[in-house]
Design a protein around this ligand. Structure first.
Ligand code: FAD
Length: 140
């Protein structure tokens, strides 16, 4: 059975841009092997990740991610059984808030800070749908 799990977390205070890139890289590599797809967003010190794949595999990965000391305050924001994947082309698309996509982040934020902890499921789904449609913005 296919599911999607979306969570947010705060990066640990001493995280470097290199470490964030490492996370994106290892995710892209590992997820190809395990059949996980999705997107990872990093902005204003907050990670927002959508994982999609077989239920048990997604749960196992989430358990591993929870133990990762590079982030904290992990909260599941959305969980759904799905008929098909949204991110078939991405083992883990990676997006950061660069000038080109600032408007996209602002569109879904109540303040000028990116704060997915305050987003409801509908907003999160709309945000990810927009990311998917604008894959040219995804940066490695
Ligand atoms: P390893 O060979 O164990 O490690 C790969 C690299 O990451 C090495 O350079 C290692 O030094 C470094 N590393 C590993 N664990 C840590 C740690 N706890 N603290 C600091 N450095 C570490 N993994 C996925 O496979 N798929 C994902 O989609 C995914 N998403 C993530 C999202 C976030 C926000 C975070 C923080 C982590 C994510 N990870 C993901 C990473 C995951 O937590 C594990 O670190 C990773 O899966 C370990 O992979 P490995 O055993 O193949 O690599």
């Amino acid at each position: 059975m296919l599911i999607q799990l979306t969570y947010a977390s705060r990066s640990s205070s001493d995280i470097t841009p290199e470490q964030v890139r490492d996370i994106a890289e290892i995710s892209q590599k590992n997820n190809v092997k395990t059949g996980i797809t999705g997107a990872l967003v990093f902005s204003d010190g907050i990670f927002l990740q959508k994982l999609e794949g077989e239920r048990q595999t997604v749960n196992q990965l989430y358990e591993k991610i929870l133990k990762d000391e590079r982030h904290e305050e992990t909260v599941i924001l959305d969980y759904a059984e799905i008929l098909s994947r949204d991110f078939t082309e991405w083992s883990m698309g990676f997006l950061t808030q660069i000038e080109d996509n600032r408007q996209l982040f602002q569109k879904y934020s109540a303040t000028n800070q990116f704060n997915p902890y305050q987003m409801n499921s509908a907003t999160l789904r709309a945000f990810f749908a927009e990311i998917r449609q604008n894959v040219r913005w995804l940066k490695r």
